[in-house]
Ligand binder design. Structure first.
Ligand code: HEM
Ligand code: HEM
Length: 184
């Protein structure tokens, strides 16, 4: 379990695996959809689903262990903002793969993990190159959430990294060093 002066190896490992995975998928997602690189779609979906397993483990661990104790540096307002951003980030880790699944699965585009089929794709007979949705409403909701929460995630991440660096360089209070495994 986490202690105020030292975080558990599980907290640290899951934070960095999920965190760096989310950053990579955000970059790939934005690039592939803007540049229409269709070959990246199955890779984005496969990594997203594998990451979802780690995300679920991370959320269960957060529920069992609680949030890491707050360290001294920063004003009350900054602590509140940090809490809000942590909640936003952890919610986004759940909502991004779920909305991606809704978009691809219900939209008839199909979902697979590196070739292992989870939801088959569906096409109409007269337009075989176009996906035929299983449920257009669910697919559209998923698409909208995936896109707009993606933008919110980027904003939250900028605040999160700025906060971590401010703690490190201005307050010099060990918040970043603790997430890197050191006792503070
Ligand atoms: C390079 C990028 C990142 C850096 C430098 C970083 C740094 C940190 C640090 C120093 C803490 C500890 C805060 C504290 O003790 O109060 C923390 C906590 C946290 N980070 Fe990050 N982080 C990064 C990326 C991410 C990403 C991408 C996510 C999720 C999408 C994320 C989610 C969280 C959450 C939810 C916490 C709260 C504590 C926990 O649940 O383990 N972080 N981060
Ligand atoms: C797990 C974390 C994930 C993150 C952080 C993420 C992030 C993103 C981002 C930022 C975009 C660009 C959105 C846009 O501007 O339209 C995107 C696109 C997309 N993502 Fe994800 N994604 C994740 C997981 C998934 C999963 C699990 C699936 C499907 C099973 C998926 C399917 C898609 C699809 C189909 C697009 C393209 C949307 C379009 O062309 O309009 N994503 N993703």
């Amino acid at each position: 379990m986490d202690q105020p002066s030292k975080l558990s190896p599980l907290t640290i490992t899951l934070h960095w695996l999920v965190g760096l995975g989310m950053i990579a998928l955000t970059a790939i997602g934005l690039y592939m959809s803007r540049a229409e690189v269709w070959t990246l779609y199955p890779i984005h979906k496969s990594i997203g689903l594998l990451l979802f397993v780690l995300i679920l483990a991370r959320v269960l661990w957060r529920i069992k262990n609680g949030w890491p104790a707050q360290l001294a540096g920063g004003s009350k307002l900054e602590h509140l903002l940090a809490k809000l951003v942590h909640w936003l980030l952890i919610t986004a880790t759940l909502a991004m793969p779920i909305s991606g699944l809704m978009h691809s699965g219900a939209g008839g585009h199909g979902v697979a993990v590196f070739g292992l089929q989870i939801v088959p794709s569906q096409h109409s007979a007269d337009k075989p190159d176009q996906a035929l949705p299983y449920n257009a409403g669910v697919a559209e909701l998923g698409e909208a959430v995936h896109e707009w929460l993606g933008y919110l995630l980027i904003l939250a991440l900028i605040l999160h990294v700025a906060g971590a660096l401010k703690h490190h360089w201005v307050y010099k209070d060990g918040v970043l060093r603790r997430m890197l495994g050191q006792r503070v």
